[in-house]
Design a binder for this molecule. Structure first.
Ligand code: SF4
Length: 389
């Protein structure tokens, strides 16, 4: 019996953030957040442009003061990607963002993020919802384990998944009662098992799209691993419509990490994956150099291609057979495989060039096929079928 390797995506409704549609069968977007003071437009713009260059698709900025609303107003015309205003404590900042227009006349923000635990109570939340509804601007209800409402802490004793999901659901209910449903939900916790349980429970109860992240993940190295564990576990349950890897320091590395997690989970593959063995005493070629050179050549390639490069024949044949293109190397030479079939014998000095030639050939041959397969996958997911492989 074939074992299902891809859980179908959780079915959600769609919510538009400017020209990005979140949820449904749309791509799982990669977000980031600036670390600058938003009112310092020059440094903020410089950071957003670096994030855009890295592939960031939605950007969030913090808006604690009126001058930051003005920052949003001045920034939005100068960036390509949707701008999200992050609001804590002061609901008036949300109202001001929803009213603000850029010099060109467009809305200053494309979405607002509200933390229901610190926005100052239900009436203030309602006021923001009415304004967002009338402006036609979507909202993220961003529940955070560190700032849950007092009554829920009292009811459950601590910020458990049930309490966090209840917070999200009660605010969705309030918004719906006011005729507003342009909602995306996040349930962030720093503790990975809690975050996974929150998103899983929420998906069982609701079809609103979710933004997934592990909050306060930490330094670049450990934060990336923690985010991969948490976001990955949630994505592999079919949940999640946008993601953010939160790392300490410069946010630009968050973007590549986000795309890598999506690719590793086979949720959104936007460029080639190079699989390499870790090497061991059997190795007698310079595998590290070969892999580095191949990865360098693949930069910029958009084809979702799987390439395996193994240092000897022990696992080389098997791995190479599962990849689109593979090299099983050893003793200064190697065999190039294409979808499991040996096609070329090459010397170590020729490996990178020969593999690159085959990648380009493969790319030309499979472009139409890849788009057909992608359409079939989407069709299968729409009809809730399980896609194998
Ligand atoms: S593929 Fe060969 S060289 Fe690479 S780790 Fe395995 S046994 Fe070692």
């Amino acid at each position: 019996m074939a074992y299902a390797t891809t859980v179908p995506r959780h079915k959600t409704r769609e919510v538009g953030i400017d020209d990005h549609v979140v949820g449904g069968d749309n791509p799982i977007w990669v977000q980031s957040m600036t670390t600058t003071n938003t009112h310092e437009v020059g440094p903020t713009l410089e950071q957003i442009r670096r994030l855009e260059e890295a592939g960031c698709e939605i950007i969030r900025v913090t808006v604690p003061k009126a001058e930051d609303v003005e920052g949003c107003r001045l920034l939005r015309d100068q960036i390509r990607i949707p701008l999200v205003a992050d609001i804590h404590y002061d609901y008036r900042m949300a109202l001001a963002c929803l009213e603000a227009r850029t010099p060109s006349g467009r809305r200053a923000v494309d979405k607002i993020r509200i933390n229901p635990g610190n926005i100052g109570g239900v009436e203030r939340f309602k006021e923001v919802v009415r304004k967002a509804r009338d402006a036609g601007v979507p909202m993220r209800i961003g529940v955070n384990s560190g700032s849950l409402e007092e009554d829920l802490i009292e009811k459950y004793g601590y910020p458990c998944p049930e309490a966090m999901v209840e917070s999200a659901l009660r605010h969705i209910e309030i918004a719906e009662s006011l005729g507003y449903d342009q909602i995306i939900v996040s349930l962030k916790a720093s503790h990975v098992p809690t975050a996974v349980a929150c998103y899983t429970l929420f998906a069982e109860k609701c079809d609103y799209p979710t933004h997934v992240g592990i909050t306060e993940a930490g330094s670049k190295e450990y934060g990336t691993i923690k985010s991969a564990a948490g976001i990955g576990a949630i994505l592999l349950r079919g949940i999640g419509d946008t993601i953010r890897v939160s790392l300490l320091g410069d946010p630009v590395p968050e973007v590549a990490a986000g795309f890598d997690i999506l690719r590793a989970c086979d949720r959104r593959v936007t460029r080639p994956e190079v699989v390499a063995c870790p090497t061991c005493g059997r190795l007698d070629i310079d595998l590290e150099r070969i892999v580095a050179e191949v990865e360098q050549r693949m930069k910029g390639l958009k084809q979702p291609l799987r390439i395996s490069i193994l240092g000897c024949l022990v696992n080389g044949f098997g791995e190479a057979k599962e990849a689109d293109l593979g090299i099983a190397a050893g003793s200064g030479k190697g065999i190039i495989f294409k979808r499991g079939v040996p096609i070329r014998h090459v010397r170590e000095s020729e490996m990178v060039e020969a593999l690159w030639e085959e990648v380009q050939r493969f790319d030309q041959e499979t472009q139409p096929l890849a788009s057909f397969v992608e359409k079939q996958k989407q069709k299968a997911q729409k009809s809730n079928l399980t896609v194998i492989g």
